[in-house]
Structure formats: structure tokens, C-alpha cells
Design a protein around this ligand. Structure first.
Ligand code: HEC
Ligand code: HEC
Length: 207
């Protein structure tokens, strides 16, 4: 009895990030390996059923809601305030705090967060394992990789970055997006805010 209950909980957790209809999706998960994909199919079937009934307006509204860019695509938010961690405050301007070589917060030369979408909100976890290249004015390339919060940073200690710098972001397939305008401020998230500041288009996004 206890084992069955835990099995159902695990199935619910697997699909919770992708789909609100966890109960119906967990049925699909039991018979296939791709729970997230199947739950989408299950939703589509439901919508078709609704559309065939007399009240056709409601399914249209629901379909529009699904198409809107979510404020936090990862569905995961940092909740531990200023507790020191490499996963802390994703999306927030790191160097506003990490600005000295002494003190509590270690000093950073560059730091920021990569997202899958342009307007993700502060403290939302971003894109994991994404390659970020910082190209110094002397041509030396510093390669950083985002952690599980989407954060990347280079501490002052050991940094080879010479300002001003440009930057490139790669996805797993090797596609690249480049910042061609040289910058002297290493606090990426101070410009790459949800709406963009100082002419930045919004978040740093993976291509
Ligand atoms: C509001 C201030 C503030 C912001 C914003 C902030 N930090 Fe921190 N961070 C701190 C403080 C203070 C500490 C040290 C805490 C301690 O020693 O307990 C710290 C510690 C850390 C550490 C060291 C953790 C360890 O285990 O030693 C890392 C790495 C870090 N922050 C990364 C980041 C990144 C990346 C960002 C931006 C995405 C960021 N921080 C944003 C204040 C901040
Ligand atoms: C002072 C503001 C500012 C800072 C700081 C900044 N950027 Fe940018 N970023 C911009 C602007 C403006 C653009 C658009 C023009 C361009 O691509 O040069 C941009 C564009 C980009 C792009 C290309 C986006 C696209 O959609 O094509 C990437 C990638 C990028 N920045 C990465 C970074 C990284 C990484 C950092 C920190 C190491 C950083 N930026 C810091 C202002 C900034």
C-alpha cells in the first residue's frame, strides 16, 4: 500500500513542471517513457472534445493562455534570499554585491544568468549547462558554463579578462548568439533585465 502511494507521488513530481493536469498525465506516464510529451497530447485531446460541444469560446481562451511566454520558464524560483550560494539570486545583478576582493561576497569580474526566454523574471532559474565565452580586448577567451540556476561568474582571483569585452553564448548544438558591442561593466544582469536596460534587448538568451 505504501509502495503504491510513493509510486504515484513520483509520477506526479515528474510531470508537475510541465503540466497542471498531473492526474491524467500520470496515467500516460505509466504506459510510456515520455511523460511530458504525452501529457501535452492528453491536453489537446481534451481541447478537441470541448470544442465539439456547444460552448466553443472557452477552449479558445485556454489555447491563447498556453501560447503566452511564461514569466518563469523553468517554473523554479530562488527563495533563500541572500544566503551565499552559486545558485543565488538568478537574474539579479550579482556584482552590485560581489564588487570587492575582500568582504563576505567574493568579488566577480563578470557574472550573470542565461535564460531560454527574453523576459524571465528576477530569481527565476535559467538555462543549465550553457557555454558563455567572454572575449577580452586582447583576444583572450574565458569560457564559463552556467550552473543549475543558469548563473555563470568569473571571480577576480585568477581572472584573465581585459576590459572592454564582447561575449558569445552557445546552445548544445553549437549555435551562437554574440554581443558585438564591447562592454566595460561585467555585471551582465544590470543591463540584461526582464525588459532590458541600456539598450539591451532583455535577458541573455541561449540561441
Ligand atoms: C544582495 C547581494 C547579493 C547578490 C545580488 C548576489 N550575491 Fe552572491 N553572495 C552574497 C553574499 C553576502 C555572499 C556571502 C554569503 C556568506 O558568506 O554566507 C554571497 C556568496 C556567493 C557565492 C559564494 C558561495 C560559497 O559557497 O562560498 C557565490 C558563488 C555567489 N554568491 C554567486 C552569486 C551570483 C552568481 C549572483 C548573481 C546571479 C549573486 N551571487 C548575487 C550577496 C549577493
Ligand atoms: C552596459 C550594458 C550591457 C552589459 C553590462 C552587458 N550587455 Fe550584453 N548586450 C547589451 C546590448 C546593448 C546588446 C545588444 C547589442 C549587441 O548585441 O551588441 C547586448 C546583447 C547581448 C547578446 C546578444 C543577444 C542577442 O539576442 O543577439 C549577448 C549574448 C550578450 N549581450 C551577453 C552578455 C554577457 C554574457 C554579459 C556579461 C558578461 C553582457 N552581455 C553584459 C548590453 C549589455
Amino acid at each position: 500500500m505504501r509502495v503504491i502511494a510513493m509510486g504515484m507521488l513520483a509520477a506526479t513530481l515528474v510531470v508537475a513542471g510541465c503540466d497542471a493536469t498531473a492526474t491524467s498525465a500520470s496515467t500516460a506516464a505509466a504506459s510510456t517513457d515520455s511523460a511530458g510529451f504525452d501529457s501535452t497530447v492528453a491536453q489537446d485531446v481534451g481541447g478537441t472534445d470541448d470544442a465539439s460541444t456547444a460552448d466553443a469560446a472557452a477552449p479558445d481562451v485556454a489555447a491563447d493562455d498556453v501560447a503566452v511566454d511564461p514569466p518563469c520558464p523553468s517554473n523554479k524560483m530562488w527563495t533563500k534570499g541572500n544566503q551565499g550560494s552559486a545558485l543565488m539570486q538568478p537574474g539579479v545583478a550579482c556584482i552590485a554585491c560581489h564588487n570587492k576582493s575582500g568582504g563576505e561576497a567574493p568579488g566577480f569580474v563578470v557574472a550573470g544568468t542565461v535564460y531560454p526566454s527574453l523576459h524571465a523574471v528576477d530569481k527565476c532559474y535559467g538555462s543549465t549547462a550553457t557555454k558563455v565565452e567572454i572575449i577580452g580586448s586582447n583576444g583572450v577567451v574565458t569560457t564559463l558554463t552556467t550552473n543549475s540556476a543558469g548563473n555563470f561568474y568569473q571571480s577576480k582571483f585568477g581572472s584573465k579578462i581585459v576590459m572592454p569585452y564582447t561575449a558569445k553564448v552557445y546552445n548544445a548544438a553549437g549555435d551562437m548568439l554574440e554581443m558585438t558591442t564591447p562592454q566595460t561593466n561585467g555585471d551582465c544582469n544590470s543591463c540584461h533585465t526582464p525588459d532590458g536596460a541600456s539598450n539591451a534587448p532583455g535577458r541573455i538568451i541561449a540561441p
